[in-house]
Design a protein around this ligand. Structure first.
Ligand SMILES: [Zn+2]
Ligand SMILES: [Zn+2]
Length: 466
C-alpha cells in the first residue's frame, strides 16, 4: 500500500481539512448511542470462536429493531433479516473477534481485558483489527435502515460472523446453511477499517483485493549429537538455515515477476543449548498469492527444495523434511467488478446530488480512492465462493485522523498498522462517516430493478485466476 501514500496530500486536500464528507443522512440524533456501542465493544474484546458476549450484545440490539434473527447454534454467528417490499436481497457482514494482543494505545477507554482463548489459555485481548468499529457501524446501519424504510426496498440480510482472524467464521456460517436460510442473496458487501487511509475516504478495487493465505510447517530432521563433534552428526540447524535462504529463491527466481507472491519464514524452533546438536528443527511459513497456479507452484517448489536438502545431506528417505500444510488456508478475496462499479457510481453520484456541478469540483469532493490489492487475507472471500456465486465487494474505510494523516505525509509520526497494539482509529469520525458510507451504498444498491441483473453480469464475468 506504499503507493497509497503517494496519493497522500492529494486525498487530504481534496477532502478539505475541516469538512467531513456527508451523504445527507440524519445521523446526529443517534450519535450518542452508537458511540456507546463502540466503547462497550472496544472494552470487551473476545477472541476467535469465543465471541459469546459480543454476539449476545449484537443479538439483543438487533432483535429490538424488529429483525428476524436466526442463530447458528454450533457457534456464535447469526443472521438478522429485515424485509421491506420489493427489491434485491443484500447481505452485509460484520466480523466480531478480537486479537490476543495487549493494548498499548494509552486511550482512556483502552481494553485491559484478559480472556480465555479457544484452547483454554488466558490472554490479553484487543480489537486491534477494528472489528469493534465494524460492529458499531453495522449496528448503526441496522438501526437507521429499520427506522427509515422509505429509503430502500428489498430484503436486508445482516450477518454477524465470528472467527475471522483464524479464517474459519465465514465457512462455519456457510456450512450451517446460511444461503439456504435466507432469501436468494443478490449481492454481499462488507467493509474493513484502513489504518492508512484518512477518515472520510473509501477504498475501492475491482478484482483481487486480498490474497490466498497458506500456512506451512516444515520439520527438518538431522542426527543429533555433541556440539564438539559435528562430523558425527547431521546438523539440522545448518540445514534449516540453508533452507531458509533456498526458499527465498522460489519467489525471486521461479515465480513470474508480474505475479504477486510472498513466502515468509516467520518462525524457527530448534535446539536447546549451544553445545548440543538437535535432532530436528521446525520452520513455520506463510505463503501469499492471488492465482491458484502461483499457489500450486510455491507449494510444489517447497516440496522439491526440502527433498533436495535431505539428499544433499546424505539423509535416508525417511529423514526427509516433513512438509505440513495447515488447515488454516484462506482463499483470495475477489471483488466482483460490476458490483464495485455500481458502488463507485453511487458514491460519485452523491456529489452531483449535492449540486456540485463543475467536473473539477465533483472530482475534488469524491471520497473514493482506488486502492492496490494487499497480501493479507480476509475470509469474507467465502461468501462469493459458494455454488450460488453471489457477487461480493469489500471496501476499505479510512480511519486515520486528518492530523495524523497529514503528519505522516511529511514523514512525521507513525501510523500503526492493523494488528498493532497501538492501532486506534479516529473513532468518532470513522464511526459516523462509516455508517453514512454504508447507508449510501445500501440505499443506492437496494432499489427495485437492481439485483438480478447484477448477478447475471457477475456470473458472466471472466474471473481471472480462478
Ligand atoms: Zn485482522
Ligand atoms: Zn480484520
Amino acid at each position: 500500500m506504499k503507493e497509497l501514500f503517494a496519493l497522500g496530500l492529494g486525498i487530504l486536500f481534496s477532502l478539505g481539512l475541516s469538512a467531513q464528507p456527508d451523504f445527507g443522512f440524519e445521523v446526529k440524533p443517534y450519535k450518542g448511542a452508537w458511540l456507546e456501542h463502540y466503547m462497550h465493544l472496544h472494552q470487551n474484546p473476545e477472541l476467535s470462536l469465543m465471541e459469546k458476549e459480543t454476539s449476545a450484545y449484537l443479538y439483543d440490539k438487533i432483535k429490538s429493531l424488529n429483525y428476524v434473527v436466526r442463530k447458528d447454534e454450533k457457534g456464535y454467528g447469526f443472521v438478522a433479516i429485515l424485509k421491506n417490499g420489493l427489491g434485491p436481497t443484500l447481505l452485509y457482514r460484520t466480523d466480531m473477534d478480537a486479537l490476543p494482543i495487549e493494548e498499548k494505545t494509552g486511550l482512556s477507554f483502552a481494553s485491559n481485558a484478559i480472556v480465555e482463548d479457544a484452547y483454554g489459555q488466558l490472554q490479553p485481548a484487543m480489537h486491534a483489527c477494528g472489528h469493534d468499529m465494524h460492529m458499531s457501524i453495522w449496528l448503526g446501519v441496522a438501526e437507521y435502515l429499520s427506522k427509515n424504510r422509505h429509503l430502500w426496498g428489498g430484503t436486508l440480510v445482516l450477518v454477524a460472523q465470528q472467527a475471522e482472524e483464524i479464517g474459519q467464521g465465514a465457512k462455519m456460517l456457510l456450512d450451517w446453511g446460511l444461503y439456504r436460510l435466507v432469501p436468494e442473496v443478490d449481492m454481499a458487501i462488507a467493509l474493513h477499517v484502513s489504518p492508512e487511509l484518512p477518515v472520510g475516504t473509501i477504498g475501492l478495487r475491482e478484482g483481487f483485493m486480498m490474497a490466498n493465505v497458506d500456512m506451512v510447517d516444515i520439520t527438518v530432521y538431522g542426527r543429533g549429537g555433541h556440539g564438539a563433534n559435528p562430523h558425527e552428526t547431521v546438523d539440522p540447524v545448518v540445514l534449516a538455515a540453508r533452507l531458509v535462504l533456498e526458499l527465498q529463491t522460489i519467489v525471486s527466481r521461479e515465480i513470474s515477476p508480474i505475479k504477486p507472491a510472498v513466502l515468509t519464514v516467520g518462525a524457527i524452533h530448534g535446539g536447546s543449548k549451544g553445545n548440543v546438536i538437535p535432532d530436528s528443527v521446525v520452520l513455520n511459513l506463510t505463503l501469499r498469492s492471488f492465482e491458484e497456479e502461483v499457489r500450486a507452484q510455491m507449494l510444489s517448489a517447497i516440496q522439491r527444495k526440502t527433498q533436495a536438502l535431505a539428499m544433499s545431506a546424505g539423509l535416508p528417505a525417511d529423514k526427509s523434511p516433513k512438509v505440513h500444510r495447515r488447515d488454516e488456508k484462506v482463499e483470495a478475496l475477489y471483488n466482483h467488478p460490476p458490483l464495485v462499479q455500481q458502488l463507485r457510481e453511487i458514491y460519485l453520484d452523491s456529489i452531483e446530488v449535492q449540486g456540485k456541478d463543475s467536473t473539477k469540483k465533483k472530482m475534488a469532493k469524491t471520497p473514493v480512492v482506488e486502492v492496490d490489492p494487499q497480501m493479507v487475507g480476509e475470509d469474507f472471500a467465502y461468501y462469493g465462493l459458494t455454488e450460488e456465486q453471489v457477487p461480493i465487494a469489500m471496501m476499505w474505510l479510512g480511519s486515520v485522523s486528518k492530523e495524523k494523516y497529514l503528519q505522516s505525509q511529511f514523514g512525521e509520526g507513525y501510523l500503526p498498522p492493523l494488528h498493532s497494539a497501538y492501532y486506534s482509529p479516529d473513532y468518532e469520525n470513522t464511526l459516523l462517516f462509516g455508517v453514512q458510507a454504508m447507508l449510501k451504498a445500501i440505499t443506492g444498491l437496494m432499489h427495485v430493478d437492481n439485483g438480478k441483473s447484477l448477478r447475471e453480469r457477475a456470473r458472466s464475468q471472466q474471473r481471472s485466476g480462478r
